[in-house]
Structure formats: structure tokens, C-alpha cells
Design a protein around this ligand. Structure first.
Ligand SMILES: [Zn+2]
Length: 307
């Protein structure tokens, strides 16, 4: 279990599971094995010797001293995932690892969500004898209102799915994003709403002292990353704004999962330029190996330096 400090704040990575190599092949079209092999620093943490990209599913626990904040909650156990079958009906010891990190379910004060895809909201709820109930009974689940409405729209309005199908379907996966989103709502979102634990907030909302949302649209309509600040130090939790470290070398490369690839690319170019050679700690939500590091200039481009 890895953790990093940002001023007085501690951030701990809690693994859900490594992604089996191959499951997300082709998600970033330009990142072919030949091209990835040419970006030497990606191996061994972020790519195999053969040039296949390596990915991870994990959460970050941000402990400010006055609040315990969980950022993104993975796939969860026992969930329906027709879009990516390898991520459905899982049985991982995530809550045991959370306990190893020093946190009980009851201690979590806030749950944040960069966006509402199936692999970011799963541990919102657990199966309690055939009923989905909130995993963190004392937490506020704080979501950006526009992002919530966007996914709710996909879940409820059948005619939206045709427009989105081309933008959100993973290669080889079930193209029924409409049904997947409806399942995510039923299993991982609605039980939180029903328990009265959901708070909808505006874009770029300050969640608690030292933790705020920052707008990074493109992967989804109102995707938000999370900025952590304390004592002059800063960290940035990417969500799927940066899906894989290869996008630090090549920030214009977007993913098949992106709702608006041009918007995602433009925002990423701006981010990588502004982060380069600063002390900003970048924590990747799907980065394998050492998942946190800094953006450094490398010749005419950029690379990720693990921390
Ligand atoms: Zn994701």
C-alpha cells in the first residue's frame, strides 16, 4: 500500500485489482505496441516489454486530518458490467485493504466521484443480503450536479444512446451504454440517493479544506479531477482525464471512452504544459505500478517521473 503526503494531508492508494493485460488494448488508438515500445520510460510500470499498456483499478483515500475523503470507488463486488464483462461480478478484498490502510467504512466522511462510469462508483454500495446499501453509511457522497444529470439522462432517455454509442464503446465490448448506465444507477447510485446521502454541488466545488473539484471535461460531459492542497504543496487526482501515462508523453491522444475527444485533448495539452517541471504531484486513477509522480520536460516533450 503506497501513500504520499501533501503538506499535512496524507493520500493513500487502495488497490481494487490490477487490470488484466489486454482488456483495454486499443482503448487509446494511437498507442499501438510498436509506438509504446518506443517510449522507453513506460516499461515496466506502465507497459509490458512487448508494448501492451498496463492499467490498474484503485481508489485514493485523502485524509486531511479533519475529514476522510475517498476519491472514486472502483468497480465494486458483484456488480453488473455488460460493457466490460471482465469487471462484472467481482469478488475483491477492497474493504479489507481499506482497513489495512487504517480506515473503517464508518470513518469515511466524504465520497467523491470524478465521473459516474461503472469503474468509478462501484464501491458506493455493497450487497446486503440481496439489497444494495451504501458502503459508507456516515459519508456524504458529493457529486457535481451537471455530471450527475448527464449520466441520469443517459440512463433515462433511450434516444440518447444512439448519439453516444460511437463515443463511449470500448472495442469488443457490449455497445449498450444505455443499459450499462441504467445498471450503474440502479446498483451504485440510487441506493445512495434513497439513503439521503447524496449532495449535488456546482462545478469546481470546494469540498472541504484542502480538497476541491476542478473541471476537466471531455471524458464525460462534466468530468472533474480533484485537487489537494496543504502548506503550499499540491496534488492532482486525474480521474479518466488522463487515462494512462502515455497521454503525458502524447497529451493529444484521446481514448475511445472519451465523450468529446477534441475537448479532452485540448484540456490535457494545457494541463501537461502547466504541470511540467513543477512540484505538482499527479496521481493517476488508472496508472499501474507507482501511480503518482511528476510531469517533467523530456527533450521536446514530456514524461512521467514516478514519486
Ligand atoms: Zn475509468
Amino acid at each position: 500500500m503506497r501513500s504520499w503526503t501533501v503538506g499535512d494531508i496524507r493520500i493513500t492508494q487502495v488497490l481494487e485489482m490490477p487490470v488484466e493485460v489486454g482488456v483495454l488494448d486499443g482503448l487509446i488508438a494511437e498507442a499501438t505496441p510498436e509506438v509504446v515500445q518506443g517510449i522507453g520510460w513506460l516499461h515496466p510500470d506502465y507497459a509490458t516489454a512487448g508494448g501492451q499498456t498496463i492499467w490498474s483499478l484503485h481508489s485514493y483515500v485523502v485524509d486531511t486530518g479533519s475529514a476522510v475523503v475517498v476519491v472514486d470507488t472502483g468497480c465494486g463486488n458483484g456488480k453488473s458490467a455488460p460493457l466490460i464483462p471482465a469487471w462484472g461480478k467481482l469478488d475483491n478484498p477492497f474493504l479489507e485493504r481499506l482497513a489495512e490502510a487504517g480506515y473503517t467504512r464508518e470513518q469515511v466522511d466524504v465520497v467523491l466521484c470524478t465521473h459516474m462510469h461503472l469503474d468509478h462508483v462501484g464501491w458506493n454500495t455493497v450487497d446486503d443480503g440481496g439489497r444494495w446499501v451504501p458502503t459508507f453509511p456516515n459519508a456524504r457522497y458529493v457529486y457535481v450536479a451537471d455530471e450527475f444529470a448527464y449520466h441520469q439522462g443517459i440512463a433515462e432517455e433511450a434516444d440518447i444512446s444512439d448519439d453516444l454509442a460511437g463515443a463511449v464503446v470500448y472495442e469488443g465490448a457490449n455497445p449498450d451504454i444505455h443499459n450499462q448506465t441504467r445498471l450503474v444507477f440502479a446498483e451504485s447510485i440510487q441506493p445512495v440517493v434513497d439513503a439521503g446521502l447524496l449532495d449535488l454541488v456546482p462545478a469546481d466545488h470546494v469540498v472541504t479544506e484542502g480538497v476541491r473539484y476542478v473541471s476537466t471535461p471531455g471524458h464525460t460531459k462534466s468530468h472533474h479531477s480533484v485537487v489537494v492542497e496543504s502548506k503550499g504543496e499540491r496534488a492532482f487526482i486525474t480521474g479518466d482525464f488522463i487515462h494512462h501515462p502515455v497521454q503525458i508523453a502524447e497529451p493529444t491522444w484521446s481514448s475511445h471512452g472519451d465523450f468529446d475527444r477534441a475537448q479532452s485533448a485540448a484540456r490535457r495539452v494545457e494541463f501537461v504544459e502547466s504541470a511540467a517541471d513543477t512540484d505538482l504531484l499527479v496521481l493517476g486513477t488508472h496508472f499501474a505500478g507507482t501511480s503518482a509522480g511528476r510531469v517533467v520536460r523530456d527533450g521536446g516533450g514530456y514524461r512521467f517521473a514516478p514519486a
